[in-house]
Ligand binder design. Structure first.
Ligand code: FES
Length: 67
């Protein structure tokens, strides 16, 4: 599924950036060597980042970090 039409970033590319440590939509773009154009994809990227962050908090590693 294409997330960013302007920069041709699909969900796989966005996910790999998030897994690589990107925690803002701008970081996702930077990891792929680009920047926002129209910005319409920003909200969807934020939702994807939020999902991963919630998963991190629920994981044993995330729980250890909170201790
Ligand atoms: S859809 Fe991502 S910058 Fe336009």
């Amino acid at each position: 599924m294409i997330i960013c039409v302007c920069r041709n970033l699909n969900s796989k590319k966005v996910t790999s950036a998030i897994e690589g440590g990107a925690r803002t939509p701008a970081c996702v773009m930077a990891q792929h060597g680009t920047r926002f154009n129209c910005g319409k994809c920003r909200e969807h990227m934020s939702e994807m980042i939020e999902k991963v962050s919630r998963t991190d908090e629920a994981s044993p590693a995330g729980m250890m970090a909170a201790e």
